[in-house]
Design a protein around this ligand. Structure first.
Ligand SMILES: [Zn+2]
Ligand SMILES: [Zn+2]
Length: 344
């Protein structure tokens, strides 16, 4: 009964407010353009990873004198060191390393957020007058929720994932997947995350759910890195964890790929919430705008927002003009300044 009710609500949600067919009919700058843009982003990311992976391997082999397949040898050593303690190996790759990646990147950001220094970083702030410095009481409250979510929600979910994955295969097998299969898996995970995050996130914006669950995440209209997992526990399960965990479980991935994916997902959500549009990092303008305006930019990659027309207002803003990879040291707030308001 509950299920049917939910399904009806979902269809209502997507037919009422976002006319799918209008978006498809759009000309230049329409859906196809957006798919091309996302393909370019994913494609160039994969090429970069491939190039980086190959050159890193080459350097390591050249300078460290490693023979044969460097990564496979490294994995074999680790695998033998754990002597068949698969669970320990799994939790190292899916809990400890991703958690360190999250707190490592967030520790650096928190230093800037709490001190307002160094100024060469704060120059890149997206919402110039906000979090300068961040309110300590608000931050303490957010940190408590973030830790609660990591310990009591993410942890147990990764344990469940371990049992499902061990039941259907061997996530910690002695052989690494090939480099190209690993990259293909990452692309599939990214697409699954976009679909599940977009629709669950939009559902949480339905008035009947918003005030009970998602309002908490939106207390931060100018987000900072750690706020990426500052959310109601139910939202953390459905919108933050499921879209990320489902890919490796469905594909029965090797723990090495899963580890890389979790780190990537945690660091990229940290960047999209961090509040600074830094050079040579993915643009956080899209999700920052979601926190500023609430009813725009629900997805991760932006393809589904274009499809459902939930980025139309965003595309008329300065933030959209700034929504690119910054390849110079000049902050985009300076190269593409806000239009002065009337009377100024
Ligand atoms: Zn957010
Ligand atoms: Zn939201």
């Amino acid at each position: 009964m509950m299920g049917i009710h939910c399904v009806l609500k979902v269809t209502e949600l997507f037919t009422q407010s976002s006319p799918f067919f209008y978006s498809v009919q759009e000309g230049p700058g329409g859906l196809w353009d957006s798919v091309k843009k996302a393909t370019f982003v994913i494609g160039s990311g994969i090429l970069f990873l491939a190039a980086f992976g190959n050159s890193l391997t080459w350097h390591l082999q050249k300078f460290w004198g490693a023979s044969g397949d460097f990564w496979q040898n490294l994995w074999t050593k680790l695998y033998l060191a754990f002597e068949g303690h698969d669970a320990a190996l799994f939790y190292l790759g899916t809990m400890l390393i991703p958690t360190l990646a999250f707190w490592g990147s967030n520790a650096l950001l928190l230093l800037v957020d709490t001190t307002g220094k160094p100024s060469f970083i704060t120059r890149y702030r997206i919402q110039v007058d906000k979090n300068n410095p961040v309110d300590p009481a608000k931050l303490r409250h957010a940190l408590k929720t973030v830790l609660f979510n990591q310990v009591f929600i993410s942890g147990p979910m990764v344990v469940v994932a371990y049992y499902i994955m061990s039941w259907r295969g061997t996530p910690c097998g002695p052989e690494l997947p090939t480099f190209h299969w690993g990259l293909t898996e990452l692309a599939i995970f990214g697409i699954l995350e976009e679909i599940l995050f977009y629709y669950s996130h939009r559902l949480f914006h339905h008035p009947s759910l918003y005030k009970h669950f998602h309002k908490q995440h939106h207390e931060w209209t100018a987000p900072i890195g750690v706020v990426s997992i500052y959310a109601h526990p139910l939202e953390h399960v459905i919108s933050n964890m499921l879209p990320v965990v489902i890919g490796p479980v469905l594909l029965g991935s090797h723990v090495s790929t899963t580890c890389m994916w979790y780190c990537l997902a945690l660091v990229s959500t940290t960047i999209s919430h961090c509040g600074y549009h830094l050079p040579f990092l993915p643009s956080p303008e899209f999700h920052d705008f979601h926190h500023l305006r609430f009813n725009q930019c629900f997805g991760v990659l932006g393809v589904l927002d274009r499809l459902h027309g939930t980025d139309t207002k965003f595309r008329q803003t300065k933030q959209y003009e700034r929504h690119t990879l910054l390849t110079s040291l000049t902050p985009l707030m300076e190269s593409i300044p806000d239009t002065p308001k009337k009377g100024q």
